[in-house]
Design a protein around this ligand. Structure first.
Ligand code: SF4
Length: 508
């Protein structure tokens, strides 16, 4: 292995934490992102201050809402942490019971209702849950110091109330090859050098949710690893402004509307999601922030546990579904069509689909089991069923919302035309629905439905629902593994009066 050029400051954990001040409010969170000097590219240009960029800011606002909710509804969005003996934001809380997971799901639904988008903080939350048990398990086998390092990190994270992003998905290159077999070794993030103070990593994390808006990025393996992939089996905490990081901002459908004047055509002017490609060029991590290094056999359980937590976190989409049901009901009312039985039936169908997602998530949390480290993990099968529902139902909910919205949703003239001296009066005359409803209210709801089904937040409501936390086939594989056909065949054979042979009985 070639040693990297020694061009990075090799800060200790204390030096890295020394740059933080405890965050209490949403406004302080936004302030904490300023003047970090992060290297960000968008539309081919380096962005001087991402916080003030009109395309980026809505994604920051969505994360700000996680701080605001903690103040507005502390019962829901904070929890007592024994680690620091104080209430902490629930997005930083280590789950101690099934009830913690249930409350997490309720908070996620509420956040979806408030923002109508991906609020970006759950993958980090689920990562810290996984790391509690994984670091414990590695230490039991190898005598490593990872669990104590994890607790030390979490103590600081909770006290400073920071955002931790999950850097999981490697670009992966040629899917038929393992990490060490790739033509370009950087297609999976890997260790390039180690010294007395820490290690260096190079590679990238793709479509990383909220990466730029996070204070810390937890890098971790994206799949199971073999002995030959040992240098790719690494978990560590990297500050979002570390030397050697470059963020390249992902485009979203209709994103340039954020650059236009006026707020109506944006659909949801306040909130948006964020995905970036994060490139790591010999980024330094001090040993105190390394939580796995070479224990490749733990990559697989780590990924499996993260998917169990995170697939139930997709309950977030029920909050967005609530917004969609509300938008569909509102546009039906504004059109004067809300009394029609087929309209009511479509709203019932949308609600049924949305609540079906919720029921699988919340059941998964209620059925949580305790792990060896003492924390709880939600039921894997039900979490996969939840996420599989999420790959389908938001599409049908969106189809029904578009059905109720009518074609005007995609033929509506711009806000500028509504405000123009000559065309404005014509548009207000011909786009009047129910006479007691302002035309502007009708256009705003139509734009919101457009935003969530075709525009920027369709990324969060639809495509992220399909591919986030694993594409549909990933859940089907897990469901296949857990469906226990032999046991179920036994139930059938028993009732049918079929003699059960010994090997079948042993399987039960
Ligand atoms: Fe949270 Fe949902 Fe976004 Fe994942 S997709 S980070 S669960 S809001």
């Amino acid at each position: 292995m070639n040693a990297p050029l020694p061009t990075r400051r090799e800060e200790t954990a204390a030096q890295r934490w020394g740059r933080f001040s405890p965050i209490s409010t949403g406004e302080e969170y936004v302030a904490s992102l300023r003047n970090r000097g992060v290297c960000v590219y968008l539309f081919g240009e380096k962005i001087a201050e991402p916080v003030d960029h009109p395309i980026i800011r809505p994604s920051i606002n969505a994360l700000q809402a996680t701080y605001d909710l903690a103040i507005a509804d502390p019962e829901l969005a904070t929890a007592h942490s024994p680690l620091v003996n104080a209430r902490v934001n629930r997005f930083l809380h280590i789950v101690e019971s099934p009830q913690d997971l249930v409350l997490k799901n309720r908070m996620q639904r509420r956040m979806g209702q408030l923002t109508g988008t991906c609020f970006q903080r759950c993958a980090g939350l689920d990562t810290i849950s996984v790391l509690h048990s994984i670091t414990w398990d590695i230490d039991q086998k190898h005598g490593t110091p990872y669990h104590q390092r994890y607790l030390d990190f979490m103590r600081e994270a909770q006290c400073n109330n920071v955002i931790i992003g999950a850097g999981m998905t490697d670009p992966k290159g040629d899917r038929s090859k393992r990490p060490h077999e790739q033509a370009d070794p950087d297609l999976f993030l890997h260790v390039t050098a180690r010294n007395d103070r820490g290690l260096y990593v190079t590679g990238a994390k793709a479509h990383m949710t909220g990466g730029l808006n996070s204070h810390w990025i937890c890098i971790m393996p994206t799949m199971n690893m073999t002995a030959a992939d040992r240098d790719y089996a690494v978990v560590g905490m990297v500050p979002g402004d570390a030397e050697g990081l470059t963020y390249i901002y992902g485009r979203q459908s209709c994103d340039t509307r954020a650059l236009e004047a006026g707020d109506i055509d944006k659909g949801n002017a306040r909130y948006g999601g964020q995905e970036t490609l994060v490139v790591f060029d010999n980024v330094f991590i001090p040993w105190e922030h390394v939580l796995l290094d070479g224990e490749y056999e733990f990559a697989q359980p780590m990924v499996a546990r993260l998917t169990a937590y995170h697939r139930a976190s997709y309950v977030c989409k029920t909050g967005l579904g609530d917004v969609m049901v509300g938008a569909a009901a509102a546009i039906a009312e504004y059109n004067g069509a809300d009394a029609a039985s087929h309209i009511k039936d479509k709203l019932v169908e949308m609600t049924h689909l949305n609540e079906t997602i919720y029921s699988s998530a919340i059941a998964s949390s209620h059925e949580a089991q305790q792990l060896a480290s003492g924390i709880y993990m939600n039921d894997e099968m039900l979490a996969n069923v939840c996420k599989h529902n999420v790959t389908r139902f938001p599409y049908e909910i969106s189809r029904l919302a578009q059905d109720l919205a009518g074609g005007l949703m995609v033929t509506l003239p711009s806000q500028a035309d509504f405000e123009q001296e000559e065309t404005g009066p014509m548009l207000r005359k011909y786009f009047q629905g129910r006479p007691d409803i302002p035309v502007e209210s009708r256009t705003r709801i139509l734009r919101l439905i457009e935003n969530m089904t075709l525009g920027r937040n369709a990324v969060g409501y639809l495509t992220e629902s399909l591919h986030g936390a694993g594409s549909p086939q990933a859940q089907r594989i897990q469901i296949l593994r857990g469906m226990e056909l032999e046991r179920k065949k036994g139930y059938a054979q028993e009732l049918a009066g079929i003699e059960i042979i010994a090997t079948d009985a042993a399987a039960r």
